[in-house]
Design a protein around this ligand. Structure first.
Ligand code: CU
Length: 126
């Protein structure tokens, strides 16, 4: 009887592991490692302040927030931040993959809305 019990326990464990593996880790459908662009926020700064993507097609942007403070990435037409093109959800010490809609070629402005001094330039190449 003992081997049978072990087998059942193993099967239960496998079922639990399978359930964990299939649960979504973020709102995005893309693994952060596969995102078109990855920006890391650490010590109240973005790790890169110039990001280049292709024009005319939606892209995925991963935000890896290593800070214990809330950050997001929001894209605006220019540094006045008056005309928003995309506003990502705010996360704290987490990773999220944003689905950003297609943009026309040009230079845009991005920032963290929580910390407007965290800024960068998004270059969309046509
Ligand atoms: Cu921030």
């Amino acid at each position: 009887m003992k081997p049978m019990r072990l087998t059942l326990a193993t099967m239960a464990l496998v079922a639990v592991l399978a359930a964990c593996a299939s649960s979504p880790e973020s709102s995005g459908t893309v693994d952060p490692a596969d995102a078109d662009v990855t920006i890391t926020s650490v010590d109240l700064e973005f790790d890169q302040t110039t990001v280049t993507v292709a024009a005319g097609e939606p892209f995925t942007l991963a935000l890896v927030n290593e800070d214990a403070m809330p950050h997001n990435v929001a894209i605006y037409t220019d540094s006045s931040a008056s005309d928003e093109l995309f506003v990502g959800d705010v996360i704290t010490q987490d990773t999220i993959v944003y689905d950003v809609p297609a943009l026309e070629p040009g230079e845009y402005f991005f920032r963290c809305d929580v910390h407007p001094e965290m800024t960068g330039t998004l270059i969309v190449e046509g």
